[in-house]
Write a protein that binds this ligand. Sequence first.
Ligand SMILES: *Cc1c(COP(=O)(O)O)cnc(C)c1O
Length: 321
Amino acid sequence: MSALLLDIQPGDEVIIPSYTFVTSASAFVLRGATIRFADSYPLHPNMDPEHVASLITERTKAILVMHYAGVACDMDKIMDLATQHGIAIIEDAAQCIDSYYKQKPLGSIGQLASFSFHDTKNIISGEGGLLVVNDQELTAKSEILWEKGTNRSAFMRGEISKYSWVDLGSSFLPSEMTAAFLWTQLEKLEYIQSARVYRWNRYLSGLQGLHERGAIYIPSIPDYATNNGHTFYFLCRSETERGQLIDHLKSNHISAYFHYLGLHKSPYFLKHNPLESLPNAESIEGRLLRLPLYVELSDQDQDRVIQSVESFYTKHESIAS
Ligand SMILES: *Cc1c(COP(=O)(O)O)cnc(C)c1O
C-alpha cells in the first residue's frame, strides 16, 4: 500500500537496508522500483544514515527505515536527509509496537509506516498488519486503495449515494475474525510488553558478564530509543563460533536462531543486479543470534538458557587456554 500511495514507478529508486525482511524490498520491486541497499552500522543491524546519504540520487523517491528489534534508527539524521532532498520516508515498523524515538512512537515519524501482527511479533493475529498514514494528503487515497480502488468508505459514511471504481486498489482489509483476535491482544498490550521487557532485562543481566569478557557483544539501546522487548540478540565473535553455540544449545534442547540473510546477496536480487559488498550487514548476518523470548517463558527455563550459553563459553575458553 505504501508503494502504491507514493506512486512508485519504474525508474524510481528506493533506499532500503539490506539487513531486513524481504517484504521491505519486494513491496517496491512489485511497482518496478530500483532498490539501493544501505549498510548497517558495524555493531548494530540498523541502517547507517551516512551510508544512506551516499546512496541518494536525483531518482531517489523514498527511503525505507527498518527499526530492528523495535529499537529506533537515528531518525533526526534520516528525516534531515528526507527534507533536504524531498524524499518520502516509510517506516517498516513491523517489530515496533509500543516503542519510541525521543518520546515519539515509532511509526509516527515517516509519512507512512507499517506494523506487522504476524505470529512472530509482540502483538499477533496470525497474519495481519497496520498501515499508519501520517500525511493528510494520502489519507483519502489510502481509504480508496484498501477498498479495492472504490470509494465505498465514503459511501458507508453516507457522503455519496453510490460507490464506484475510482483508483488503483486491492483487497487489503483484515477479516473480522482476525480483527477480533487482534483486539484482545491489544487490550493486553501493557501486560505483554512488560512481560517481554522483564525477560529481556533478565537476559541482559544474566549475560552481561560474557559481554564484559568480550565473549559476546550485546548492542546497547541508544539514548534516543526505547526497548519493547521484541528480540533479545547478541553478536558472536565469528560465524563459526555462532554455529557451534547453536549446536551446543540444540543439544540442550534450546532453539536459538540467527536472522536475516542480507538481501543484496539474495538469489533474486543477484539475478538482476551485480554483486556488491556491504561489510557491516554481512558481518551481522554471520554473527547475530537470537535467544528464546516469549511471554510464557519461565524464570527457570530462562536460567537454563543463560547457563547453557555460559557453559559453552567456559568450555570454549578452557580449550583455548
Ligand atoms: C515481520 C516483518 C515483516 C513482515 O510482516 P508480515 O506481517 O509478515 O507482512 C516485514 N518487515 C520486518 C522488519 C518484519 O520483522
